[in-house]
Write a protein that binds this ligand. Sequence first.
Ligand code: PXG
Length: 290
Amino acid sequence: MGLKVYFNGKLVDASEARVSVYDHGLLYGDGVFEGIRSYDGLVFKLREHVDRLYESAHTIMLKIPLSKEEMIRAVVETLKANRLTNAYIRLVVTRGVGDLGLDPRKCEKATIFIIADKIVLYPQRVYKEGMEIITVPTPRNVPEALNPQIKSLNYLNNILAKIEAINSGCEEALMLSAHGYVAECTGDNIFIVRKGTLVTPPPYAGILKGITRGCVIELAGKARIPVREEMLTRHDLFNAEECFLTGTAAEIAPVVRIDGRMIGAGRPGKATLRLMRDFRGLTKSAGVKY
Ligand code: PXG
């Protein structure tokens, strides 16, 4: 039996879940999405993801024809139908089917689908030894044009950065703001440890306000590690004691090399390892049960 996908109110076989070629999500990237995880039958930070989805939708004036409670129930039902206890959940809302013009008024109803599937993880080596990232030429979208806080279906900015990293023999890209400050990676936020303080770019650096980022800031507070949001340069990164990325897929991934420079001692640092452990504990203890 194949995977069941939630599609506009129904659970259908994955092979039956198809969007129209007239869907503006496809034609224009006009829509919003979330990537969510579940751990041992608990959906991690589901409320936060749903809140962010509705905020993104509100900003692009996309009406989601479900209440937040109904959306939460739809996610839970999709997970149950697939008997997945550890899953990656992709929640997508598009403008819906319209005509070939941009005009969103032609789209009568949003398209909603929810995919719950197995997670593809970074290799274990990344968490043990740390990863290498590289600065790419493409800057992160300027917030004045398209705010990275909107988690929209327009991910070409990030995909271009990913391509540039891969072309340079690296798996992940460091994206700078148009002014040359550190922004984030293609699907992850970035942190450094400097003089024992955790530092990460503020939202006005032009980043997605990651939910994992928020968890790490909270966990650091509990572990009595000072945290600051501050604009960072590549120089700050190169001379950091520790560096790591945060994201729903990556969780907390240590970074040990940036643009050929070794970071700290060249292996995952103490604060990073502590936060990785605390984060693991959090994923196992909190969430929406299903
Ligand atoms: N920045 C960007 C640009 C993102 O897309 C994050 C940060 C981390 O946010 P959360 O809320 O997940 O802590 C993201 C996350 C993937 C994948 O499979 C990840 C994301 C989007 C699409 C795919 O790695 N977004």
